[in-house]
Design a protein around this ligand. Structure first.
Ligand code: PLP
Length: 274
């Protein structure tokens, strides 16, 4: 596996960042995960735009899109995989110990691995604390993902494979690595960005392609939704079969099955959707 680090393609063993990198010491960084098929990255422009938005949220300098495109092309050429997961990490760079960011240039890492195989269905539990929709990191894809790591570990301990957050005003928000959609009386809904969720790229495409409505949803909608599904880069559309122990009816339900079909068809036809 080859990794792009600070302007050069290196072997995985030789790709090292400093122990004083601000991304490592205090989580001062942002990232993107893209999927790749046969050496092509899906929706790269959208991911680069979101990386820039996250970087601005943290006060990092704007990442250089041309350099990142070159880096992606280089790692894809160096280690082709049929179905890949491309990870872009961009941090505050070398910094003195302490909480201030140094003057150094940011660190850029681009790495490619095999995409994990995700099943078509999943089970979820709700998180017993809230996501702060007005917090500094709300909606940013920051490397400070500790809260998501803990929530996912607790979900796994309960036998579920994803955890869903509510926000401080009792609304449904998102998963630890996914956005959430619910079907109510034949209509698809997903929480708006003001709920504190990440502006998921799969979410945006699913809204565009299925006509789902962006609606403030109370967390207890999960107790009565007819169908629930998750979206993310590595899942596409994934049907939820059980939420907090409540078994949903036939899964995937009709709206979920249609979303899966539309997504598979449209995403294959347009690999660079804007
Ligand atoms: N929400 C969170 C917290 C995520 O980390 C992710 C992706 O990893 C998503 C939502 C889904 O976003 P996308 O569809 O762009 O992968």
């Amino acid at each position: 596996m080859k990794i792009w680090l600070d302007g050069e393609l290196r072997d995985a063993e030789g790709a090292r960042v400093s122990v004083l990198d601000h991304g490592l010491t205090v989580g001062d960084g942002v990232f993107e995960t893209l999927r790749t098929v046969d050496g092509r990255a899906f929706a790269l422009t959208r991911h680069l735009d979101r990386l820039t938005a996250s970087a601005r949220g943290l006060g990092l300098p704007d990442p250089d899109h041309d350099e990142i495109r070159r880096a992606c092309a280089a790692v894809l050429e160096a280690g082709p995989v049929p179905l890949g997961r491309l990870r872009i990490t961009y941090t505050g760079g070398l910094s003195p110990l302490g909480s201030d960011r140094g003057e150094a240039a940011p660190t850029l890492v681009v790495a490619l691995g095999e995409a994990p195989r995700r099943p078509d269905t999943t089970t979820v539990v709700t998180v017993p604390w809230t996501r702060n929709e007005r917090g500094a990191l709300a909606g940013l894809k920051s490397t400070s993902y500790g809260e998501n790591v803990v929530a996912l570990a607790r979900a796994r301990a309960k036998g579920a494979s994803e955890a869903l957050f509510g926000n401080t005003v009792g609304q449904l928000c998102e998963g630890t690595g996914s956005n959430v959609f619910v079907a109510l009386d034949g209509v698809l809904h997903t929480p708006p960005l003001s709920s504190g969720c990440l502006a998921g790229i799969t979410r945006a495409l699913a809204v565009e392609w299925t006509g789902a409505k962006e609606t403030d949803l109370p967390l207890d909608v999960l107790e009565r939704a007819d169908e629930i599904f998750l979206t993310s880069t590595l899942r596409d559309v994934q049907a939820v079969t059980r939420v907090d122990g409540r078994q949903l009816g036939d899964t995937p339900g009709p709206l979920t099955a249609e979303a899966m079909r539309v997504f598979a068809e449209r995403a294959a036809a347009d690999f660079d959707p804007r």
